[in-house]
Design a protein around this ligand. Structure first.
Ligand SMILES: Nc1nc2c(ncn2[C@@H]2O[C@H](COP(=O)(O)OP(=O)(O)OP(=O)(O)O)[C@@H](O)[C@H]2O)c(=O)[nH]1
Ligand SMILES: [Mg+2]
Length: 310
């Protein structure tokens, strides 16, 4: 069972605080784990690879420790400029981390992406925790073999076997992290769970719905931005967002027959955004063709990514 978060902040002398980078191959369950550790949805989750595009910080209190979890894009062999930016930002997170947690999809086992991560991880100085995720899908003996093999390859400080989806083992992991981040003052107010502006979270939620609804390459060739955010007098919020796609044919797919697809995406995004901000929401979605947005520095700025020169 998770311990309840402290209602009151302890005196500074007793506090601990640190950054925990969650890294791993695409689809390992990093965002699911970030949400489970924070206890609230701070990062979007889909069954598709490469869902997370930029760093997402989720913040949690565990006893006297404030833990800042850095959810990162999956690490894989990048091809497109956007892929390179995502992978570079994921590795960047390890430089500032007090602890690096490597997530492995235990059901999937160790593949090329994991191999490359293991090789590069040996240059990272921060203590490393091995987190075998999705244990709900794996038999115990296979799990133990996997843990042993990986520990022979790299000096992990600790190994956890968890299910980020069911929450199994997450409280133990959180307690260990809390005991192992450095002593120091908390960096965020105790009730803050994310450092992302709400308009960015709202754009991410709409992107999650796009990913869930669209197939093949289309999700990867789209991006969502929040253009307007107006608080209305009745307590509701008027939000306008633009979905950018690469081609007119893609715009047609996003709209769907008679606007059916965009309507469904909007309805489900609106529900989740309203739940996240605890206010009624009027959501207006526009779909625009912006050829080559994947090579447009402005789009990267909006996403919070560095623009790779090539
Ligand atoms: N069965 C099972 N599925 C899980 C678990 N954790 C995550 N998943 C599923 O795995 C898929 C990917 O989860 P994400 O959290 O988006 O993975 P990610 O590592 O953030 O992926 P990227 O952002 O693409 O790098 C989703 O369908 C999750 O529901 C788990 O413990 N058990
Ligand atoms: Mg993710």
């Amino acid at each position: 069972m998770a311990e309840p978060a402290n209602a009151e902040k302890p005196a500074d002398a007793a506090t601990r605080c640190g950054f925990v980078a969650l890294i791993g191959a695409p689809n390992a369950g990093k965002s699911t784990l970030a949400n489970a550790l924070v206890g609230s949805k701070v990062s979007i989750v889909t069954p598709k690879v490469q869902t997370t595009r930029a760093l997402v910080r989720g913040i949690a209190i565990e006893g006297a420790a404030q833990l800042i979890f850095v959810d990162t894009p999956g690490i894989f062999s990048p091809r497109r400029r956007l892929d390179r930016a995502m992978v570079a930002t994921a590795w960047g997170s390890t430089h500032d981390a007090d602890i690096v947690a490597l997530l492995i999809d235990a059901h999937n086992g160790v593949h090329d992406d994991d191999e490359a991560i293991l090789r590069a991880l040996s240059d990272v100085r921060a203590p490393k925790a091995l987190v075998l995720n999705k244990v709900d899908l794996v038999e115990k003996p296979a799990l133990l073999t996997l843990a042993q093999t990986l520990n022979e390859r790299m000096a992990f400080a600790v190994t956890f076997m968890i299910s980020a989806r069911s929450g199994d083992g997450v409280a133990d992991l959180k307690r260990w992290l809390a005991a192992n981040v450095p002593a120091g003052p908390w960096l965020y107010p105790e009730d803050q769970i994310s450092d992302a502006p709400l308009r960015q979270l709202a754009a991410e939620i709409t992107r999650e719905k796009l990913y869930l609804r669209l197939h093949q390459e289309l999700p990867y060739q789209s991006t969502v931005e929040t253009d307007a955010w107006k608080e209305l007098r009745d307590g509701a919020v008027h939000i306008e967002q633009t979905i950018y796609v690469e081609r007119e044919s893609q715009r047609k797919i996003v709209l769907g027959k008679g606007g059916s697809a965009i309507k469904a995406i909007g309805a489900s995004a609106r529900t989740d955004i309203a739940a996240a901000i605890e206010q009624p929401v009027h959501l207006f979605l526009h779909v625009k063709v912006r050829e080559g947005w994947g090579d447009d520095p402005e789009r990267y700025r909006e996403m919070g990514l560095e623009f790779p020169k090539e």
